[in-house]
Ligand binder design. Structure first.
Ligand code: GLC
Length: 670
């Protein structure tokens, strides 16, 4: 385990000092719940002098202690509350009225038009409302930039994490983080809910593609993305960095598949129960958080929707992570020394036992600091959370020092992001969003993420002077190749973003291309065949094998999506059979968020097989390795099973007999 006593101890000491000072000063100011008079709105001046918390020459801990000491209970609890953009879009003054500490854009919650300038205007509008509060505390604006700023139409969209894991290239992944941060912050948000440091153990999980892989050491090696996102300690205030979030703490990828839920509309595995013993949990779930906290100094952590159940049969008493004080406060904040902020997942506290008051008390006590409590169609939202928690403190159910600890962590992040000095978007990098330079890095990430599983008789690289015949559902569909968390929460086959499809890349490489999605067109004599197959987009439990179908994404025009199976569609299988029977050579490229089953009869017809994962906007990177502009170097980040019935199957298992093992990948010369 890596341990950086200096910074961790200093920041923790600062938090203690801040909390202590706050307790002292809290005793001196007006009783809880009543605003104390202060000079002017926005808390700028007092008898002509800048208040200490406004003085950027003072240490962050001193500024935190000063500000905390001026805050009423109502203001403190407001800082612990995060609403969704949609809750305040029609009336930004609610940000002032509610005294919110933070806002987020959920997946697909975007301004209209969906442009960088409109994003910056949106965030700055909410920020202006925040600065109208008595003490003028700026808001944190969070967004899921999980493969680039995927919600923003013009952003560079990188391969999802499973593809980045296949690169085995920590330096490249840090660069991906840096560009993601620059494009995110340039458009306004100063915080991303990324990276997922989940260790995906059962590929039937709909979030497998958000994982860098099934091995914790591989996941840890990819945490350089945090350095790219945040920069070095002390650089968070620069407008090309954002606060990062290690998620979902912990064991989101260790849940057991519950077959009784398949086909019922519930999630068979997402948000389920980790039925593993504590040693396994430490090794597979907690391990990535030690370096994320102590080596990469991740600024925030998001608990998981999932539960842990240490009993042997897993039928004991599962404890939801959002209620898990021993792990959040004991292990994360205690043993690991995490001094950043813990932000709940989307309405996650409402999954806890008891009524809302109990859920709030339990999760605050467990150590959650900031609460993602959007209305999102429910009757409960930010104001209810605030009133409930204020009441809990007033009746001494929740102690003030827990509130002060949470608020100190939140304020520390805001001071370190430089938001008190520069609350509004620095628009000097707006033009860098989606730039050719950024897209070139994404293209290289696509190249390095491609895994060559099979290459009989050296089929690849293809000769660009030969005619090529292209077919398959995913050859020319940028929505499918980008996957979930792109423009909309679930992504969509009809979502269009700037970029290049795989077919575009093939056309740039080879002058003689015949394209026929269903392989209905005749195959020219001597043509090499490329069939691009795979999955349609999904996110979270909607991607679980046997999970519910997502049916109301705007891009779907009400047409329900296929249930997820980890099998190829009949159309894709037919296209492969047709092309492999008639073309001079037959290459199959699988665009998917996880392995898909290639049964022996199909595999026997295929000359070359490529795992492309979810490449994002720069599909040319796939053609680059298919035609040899670059060599294949990628290696499997997850085991590729022979059948779904082998799941979960992972490196290190006894009787390990996959189709292709973890780490597999043939190489070619570029
Ligand atoms: C979602 C996801 C989480 C995401 C959050 C905000 O439910 O679980 O990963 O960051 O909500 O979109």
């Amino acid at each position: 385990m890596h341990h950086h006593p200096s910074r961790t101890r200093r920041r923790s000491a600062a938090v203690l000092v801040a909390a202590g000072a706050a307790l002292l000063s809290a005793a001196l100011v007006a009783p809880a719940g009543h605003a104390t008079p202060a000079g002017g709105s926005g808390g700028h001046e007092h008898h002509g002098h800048a208040l200490p918390y406004r003085d950027a020459t003072l240490p962050t801990a001193t500024r935190v202690a000063d500000l905390l000491g001026r805050m009423t209970l109502q203001e403190k609890v407001g800082q612990m509350t995060q609403a969704e953009r949609g809750d305040v879009a029609a009336d930004p003054s609610l940000v002032t009225t509610w005294g919110l500490g933070s806002l987020l854009s959920g997946g697909g919650s975007v301004p209209d038009p969906n442009t960088p300038a409109a994003w910056a205007d949106m965030v700055d509008t909410f920020q202006r409302a925040a600065l109208q509060t008595r003490l003028g505390i700026p808001i944190l604006y969070g967004v899921d930039s999980v493969h680039g700023h995927g919600n923003l139409l013009s952003a560079t969209v990188f391969p999802h994490n499973i593809g980045l894991g296949a690169t085995r290239d920590p330096r490249l992944v840090r660069k991906v983080g840096a560009i993601t941060a620059e494009e995110t912050r340039a458009s306004g948000p100063q915080w991303t809910f990324a990276p997922c440091v989940c260790v995906a153990r059962d590929d039937r999980w709909g979030r497998t593609y958000e994982s860098f892989g099934e091995d914790p050491n591989l996941v840890e090696s990819m945490e350089t993305i945090i350095d790219g996102l945040q920069g070095k300690p002390g650089q968070l205030d620069q407008s090309r960095h954002v606060l990062a979030t290690a998620k979902h703490f912990a064991g989101d990828g260790l849940t057991s598949y519950d077959a009784t839920k398949a086909g019922t509309g519930a999630y068979p595995i997402d948000q389920g129960v980790d039925q593993v013993d504590r040693a396994t949990f430490d090794r597979l779930a907690l391990a990535p958080y030690w370096p994320a906290v102590q080596q990469h100094h991740v600024g925030s952590v998001m608990p998981s929707f999932s539960s842990v159940d240490w009993t042997e049969d897993g039928l004991g008493n599962p404890i939801k992570m959002h209620a898990n004080r021993e792990l959040i406060t004991g292990v994360l904040k205690g043993a690991m020394g995490f001094d950043g902020l813990v932000v709940s997942d989307w309405q996650a506290i409402r999954q806890l036992p008891g009524d809302y008051r109990t859920q709030v008390a339990t999760s605050v006590d467990a150590g959650v600091d900031l609460f993602m409590e959007p209305y999102s169609g429910s009757s409960v939202g930010a104001p209810d959370f605030i009133a409930t928690l204020v009441g809990l403190v007033q009746d001494h159910t929740v102690p003030m020092n827990r509130i002060d600890d949470a608020v100190s962590r939140i304020l520390t992040a805001k001071f370190e992001l430089g938001l008190f000095e520069h609350p509004f978007t620095d628009r000097s990098h707006l033009d860098d969003i989606g730039s050719p330079e950024h897209r070139a890095v994404a293209r290289r990430a696509v190249q390095e993420s491609q895994v060559l599983l099979k290459n009989d008789s050296g089929t690849l690289p293809l000769d660009a002077d030969h005619p090529v015949y292209v077919a398959g559902s995913n050859a020319d569909n940028i929505g499918n190749q980008a996957g979930g968390w792109t423009l909309t929460w679930q992504g969509g086959s009809t979502n269009v973003i700037p970029g290049q499809t795989i077919l575009d890349g093939i056309r740039h490489a080879d002058a003689q291309v015949t394209y026929s999605e269903d392989a209905g067109a005749p195959v020219p004599a001597g043509a090499d065949g490329i069939v691009v197959v795979g999955e349609t987009p999904y996110a979270e439990g909607f991607g679980d094998v046997g999970g519910p179908q997502w049916a109301y994404d705007p891009g779907d025009h009400g047409v329900p999506r296929p249930a997820k199976t980890m099998e190829l569609s009949d159309a894709d299988k037919a296209a492969v059979a047709k092309v492999c029977a008639e073309a001079a050579s037959c290459t199959v490229v699988v665009v998917s968020g996880r392995p898909v089953v290639i049964d022996p009869s199909l595999l026997g017809q295929i000359d070359a097989l490529v795992a492309a994962w979810l490449p994002g906007s720069e599909g040319e990177g796939v053609a680059d390795v298919v035609f040899g502009t670059a060599g294949f170097t990628g290696r499997l980040p997850v085991t590729w099973p022979r059948s779904v019935s082998q799941e979960p199957i992972n490196v290190g298992d006894a009787d390990y007999d996959p189709l292709y093992p973890f780490g597999w990948g043939l190489r070619t010369e570029g």
